[in-house]
Design a binder for this molecule. Structure first.
Ligand code: NAD
Ligand code: MG
Length: 386
């Protein structure tokens, strides 16, 4: 029996993880859950999975829930300290890191520092602090397993291969809902249209990142740290059907792909059962029903944030944390209709340009860059919003 903590339990990845766990009651037990503020949804999960400890970022919601649960056997914590506490819960084997955004960094780091196996969906953690995270994980021999479908695909393909035989990682991208939009059409995109991803049902932030292709940019940086591959060895190809989840080219020019219907329960289950595989009763891929698999070069002019992410990775130091933080601010401003869709990229680019990159020594350097980028980003946002 493996004991599981889920950080970000009420989200899209969190709920998919709970679906996988409930299919294997003899193998997994939920011991801890964290969420931002939805105490009502968390309460239903507590009744169903009976975790030992939960935490909410929102202190008021935590206090209300604690009162309602009095004597139930589930301890209720709150704030970032509470999330960190749940992430290092002693009686836990695997931490599923499924918070969205920079808020996932400290709890994920805490899980690693306490020797937990980490199944990572929260790509922002690796974007911000990939070097620190990998150093901590390697020095403690803590396995870091990908949940992101592209990285899970590459991880599966690389199983049993030698690192020196890897020539190129090829990340596939669906292109998101706006792939065929002209620049004029993009001027008028509403949050509702940008949120409507053609192949995946995901949380709002990653959905907007998919529409700008920033998600793929963040995944390039994520791949750099997961697979120790330099940016020149990481390519992106548009593959609208999301059937090939990613590919690896080896030195003998053999290209190996991992395929399947788009369903996050597959990579989640792979990470939870690793190094084994467990049967999942889900529909099989019928290629004859799909018909065609297509591939296109991404249009870097139409999606400038992809180039921005490569530049941040190549520049290194504080640049990836700045990229990540200002993007979070810009996406939030778009979703709350303060800025237009096309202004997300402008706010990110302008903030990147006004940043003086520094090298990263400690976690504080990362957090300072994150805070600077949010302040600077808000200045640009207020100019557009005016
Ligand atoms: P989501 O918005 O659906 O859920 C986010 C979860 O995190 C919720 O439980 C929420 O309560 C919690 N949360 C949000 N803000 C928080 C904060 N400030 N502090 C603490 N907790 C907070 O997001 P999602 O789509 O499940 O994505 C989660 C992560 O997984 C992201 O990093 C995303 O890039 C990655 N990811 C998601 C998918 C997908 O299919 N949804 C696929 C690949 C990778
Ligand atoms: Mg992905």
């Amino acid at each position: 029996m493996k004991n599981i903590v889920i950080l970000g339990a009420t989200g899209s990845i969190g709920m998919n993880t709970l679906d996988v766990i409930s299919r294997f009651p003899d193998r997994f037990r939920v011991v801890g859950l964290t969420v931002r503020s939805n105490d009502v949804k968390l309460e239903t999960l507590i009744k169903r999975f009976q975790p030992k400890v939960v935490s909410l970022m929102d202190e008021v919601a935590a206090a209300a829930l604690s009162k309602r649960l009095n004597g139930s056997g589930t301890e209720v914590l709150s704030g970032m300290e509470g999330c960190v506490e749940v992430a290092r819960f002693p009686d836990c084997d695997i931490v599923v890191s499924a918070v969205v955004g920079a808020a996932g960094l400290l709890p994920t780091l805490s899980a690693i520092q306490n020797g937990k196996v980490v199944a990572l969906a929260n790509k922002e953690t690796l974007v911000m602090a990939g070097e620190i995270i990998q150093k901590e994980a390697r020095s403690r021999n803590v396995p870091l397993l990908p949940i992101d479908s592209e990285h899970s695909a590459i991880f599966q393909v690389l199983s049993g291969e030698r690192h020196e035989d890897l020539l190129r990682l090829i990340l596939t991208a669906s292109g998101g809902p706006l792939i065929d939009f002209t620049p004029e059409m993009k001027e008028k995109v509403s949050p509702e249209v940008a949120l409507a991803h053609p192949n995946w049902k995901m949380g709002p932030k990653i959905s907007i990142d998919s529409a700008t292709l920033m998600n793929k940019g963040l995944e390039v940086i994520e791949a750099r740290w997961f697979f120790d591959a330099p940016p020149e060895k990481i390519d992106v190809v548009i593959h609208r059907q999301s059937i090939i989840h990613s590919m690896v080219e080896f030195v003998d020019r053999s290209v190996v792909a991992q395929m399947g219907l788009p369903d996050m329960r597959v990579p989640i289950s792979y990470a939870l059962h690793y190094p084994e595989r467990a049967p999942l009763s889900l529909p099989s891929l019928q290629l004859e029903e799909i018909g065609q698999l297509t591939f296109e070069k991404p249009d870097r002019k139409a999606f400038p944030l992809l180039t921005c992410a490569y530049d941040a990775l190549k520049g290194g130091g504080t640049l990836p944390s700045v990229l990540n933080a200002v993007n979070e601010e810009a996406v939030e401003a778009f979703l709350s209709e303060k800025i237009r869709f096309v202004e997300i990229a402008q706010v990110v680019q302008q903030t990147m340009e006004s940043h003086c990159p520094q090298s990263i020594g400690t976690l504080d350097d990362v957090l300072e860059a994150d805070q600077w980028a949010r302040r600077e980003g808000q200045l640009w946002i207020s100019k557009y919003a005016a």
